[in-house]
Design a protein around this ligand. Structure first.
Ligand code: GRF
Length: 219
């Protein structure tokens, strides 16, 4: 497991304003929530780049609507990860954009060593369950099928495992007896749109520190 206390680097100077790169494969509602929170002055950051491996992903359209830099980079031959050439292109685009933080927002591929090393301790993700319960795909359905009464979402640092990095923030939602996978997913998604901008804002303000696996909020 990564030693987040060693690699977490926001004690060092970062750009002003704080620059985020957003990477996603899907419709981009979390990206939109963060971009809206920035526009409303609730997150002291700017979106320096939005990347997707899916040419017609909603996240790219939403970025272009907002006149933000957006780029499609083909993923190569694999289904669950980027091939080496694609990985190099993602890393280069994010380095060229001088991002301080990479925000994964519905990115459906596992990040491997070279990408993680290039941005060690500076990649975060949102997952639609209360980790460490229900990592992996369709977490809301896993939770419903298991029969839990409370679920939610988790923002966490990204390490080499699947949804296993240090937890930055979590938000709970109730699971109703009448829920379907769809209705529970919608409730979790709404919670994500609150939690993710709050976590990005705290990081951008330098308000969190990392002690082993524990992420401490100073305010
Ligand atoms: C979210 O549910 C998030 O938890 C998961 O992927 C989904 C992305 O949704 N990692 P969106 O593209 O932000 O709407």
């Amino acid at each position: 497991m990564a030693d987040f206390s060693r690699i977490f680097c926001y004690q060092n100077p970062v750009s002003n304003p704080f620059r985020i790169g957003v990477v996603g494969s899907g419709k981009g509602s979390n990206f939109a929530a963060i971009a809206d929170a920035i526009a409303a002055g609730r997150v002291p950051a700017e979106v320096a780049m939005v990347l997707s491996e899916v040419a017609d992903a909603g996240i790219l359209a939403l970025a272009r609507d907002r006149k933000l830099p957006a780029q499609h980079i083909p993923p190569g031959t694999y289904r669950t990860k980027l091939d080496e050439e694609a990985e190099r292109a993602f890393v280069k685009a994010l380095q060229d954009a001088r991002v301080d933080l990479i925000v994964l927002a519905g990115f459906m591929r596992v990040l491997k060593g070279d990408f993680l090393r290039a941005f060690e301790g500076r990649i975060i993700n949102i997952h639609p369950s209360l980790l460490p319960s229900f990592p992996g795909l369709a977490a809301w359905k896993q939770a419903l099928d298991y029969g839990v009464k409370v679920s939610g979402c988790t923002v966490h640092f990204v390490d080499a495992g699947v949804d296993s990095g240090a937890i930055i923030g979590q938000r709970t939602v109730p699971v109703m007896d009448t829920d379907t996978a769809e209705t529970l997913h919608q409730r979790i998604h709404a919670a994500e749109h609150q939690l993710y901008p709050e976590c990005v804002a705290a990081i951008a303000r330098g308000e969190i520190s990392v002690q082993g696996r524990r992420v401490i909020w100073k305010k």
